[in-house]
Design a protein around this ligand. Structure first.
Ligand code: ADP
Ligand code: MG
Length: 339
């Protein structure tokens, strides 16, 4: 009898991996935004057509890539962000798995222009379903300009699975908002079908919140800050009377990475207990900073779930921070009132 096990060709392996990383246009937006942030971009432009079905373009003014690196960046498990297993415990970058570009290029038509500031010319690569179609030198600005066209052009099942444009656009907005709130020091803009949706200037986190959600937030958010030798909590929470019926504007960032964490969410809600009605949802944008060796972000490809080695003390600190912020706000109100 013959042996029957075979290694899959790269293009197929990439397409399978893409199934995890690239679920919808918003996943592409997330991955490309994170790459731009990791490349130390100060200005990032996001251009979307047809809710990302036909075009997702991200232009950054980050460090750019050499010709060889540009080619390498589309290989699976190719990354400049970690080298050894130990580095996994020191991660400060958004990416490190080296999977995003390979996955995206497996299921779309990709055009990338990139140039390092020190290089005289840049390089333009065209890749379609993992195949390199062309490579040439181009004149371009320093940074990276990547176009992802016709997402899932070669995976009809995925394409058909996409929801309406407004649902897909909502997901894109969510990703854009998360990165924008994580990085108020970066200017970001978002266009959909030539309409400007956001044009955010770099500044403080409080300004980013107001620019993104509206002027009425200015008077309705409270600074929240607390720190131990291990963890720092920083950010803004909504005043109790600003709590809403609808959930959604609640953001945790751990070392600048947006995360979903029910247990920590519970810590915040507990701190509000007695100050808001049951069923109302408080606003919060809270940044937690701690040594990367105390967290594990490698449990899911999209890295929105993380594990803390000492969850309880993070819970306690968070709850204390929010409680204090609420009571300080309450106190300053009553002083205003008396005087
Ligand atoms: P990861 O971000 O996990 O390293 P990616 O597939 O997203 O994996 O990217 C592969 C590599 O390509 C990155 O490690 C980085 O060196 C390079 N790269 C990707 N996007 C950019 C960008 N916008 N600017 C500069 N370098 C980039
Ligand atoms: Mg990446």
């Amino acid at each position: 009898m013959q042996d029957i096990i075979r290694l899959l060709p790269d293009a197929i392996a990439n397409q399978i991996a893409a199934g995890e990383v690239v679920q919808r246009p918003a996943s592409v937006v997330k991955e490309l935004l994170e790459n731009a942030i990791d490349a130390q971009a100060k200005n990032i432009q996001v251009i979307i057509r047809d809710a990302g079905r036909t075009l997702i373009q991200i232009i950054d003014d980050g460090v750019g890539m050499s010709e060889t690196d540009a080619r390498m960046s589309f290989e699976r498990h190719a990354t400049s962000k970690i080298r050894t297993a130990d580095d996994l415990f020191r991660i400060r970058t958004m990416g490190f798995r080296g999977e995003a570009l390979a996955s995206i290029a497996a299921v779309a038509q990709v055009e990338m222009r990139t140039r390092r500031a020190a290089d005289e010319v840049g390089v333009l690569l065209r890749i379609e379903g993992s195949d390199l179609k062309s490579q040439e030198s181009v004149a371009c600005l320093p940074g990276t300009n990547i176009l992802v066209k016709n997402l899932f052009f070669n995976v009809p099942a995925r394409r058909n699975f996409l929801k309406t444009n407004s649902v897909e656009m909502r997901h894109i907005l969510d990703e854009f908002q998360r990165v924008s709130l994580a990085h108020p020091e970066v200017s970001l803009s978002l266009y959909h079908n030539d309409t400007e949706i956001y044009n955010l200037y770099s500044g403080k986190i409080s300004r980013r919140i107001v620019d993104m959600f509206g002027k009425n937030y200015r008077e309705n958010i409270i600074n929240c800050q607390e720190e131990t030798p291990f963890v720092t909590v920083k950010g803004y929470i909504g005043k109790p009377e600003f709590a809403r019926k609808t959930r959604g504007e609640q953001f945790f960032f751990v070392n600048d990475r947006y995360v979903k964490h029910n247990y920590l969410h519970h810590a915040v809600l507990s701190a509000y207990e007695g100050t808001i009605n049951e069923g109302s949802h408080p606003f919060y944008v809270l940044h937690l900073d701690l040594d990367p060796s105390h967290i594990d972000i490698n449990i899911h490809p999209t890295k929105t779930e993380i594990k803390f080695d000492d969850e309880r003390s993070v819970y306690a600190l968070l709850m204390a921070a929010v409680r204090k912020a609420i009571s300080v706000n309450h106190l300053s109100h009553s002083i205003d009132f008396d005087s």
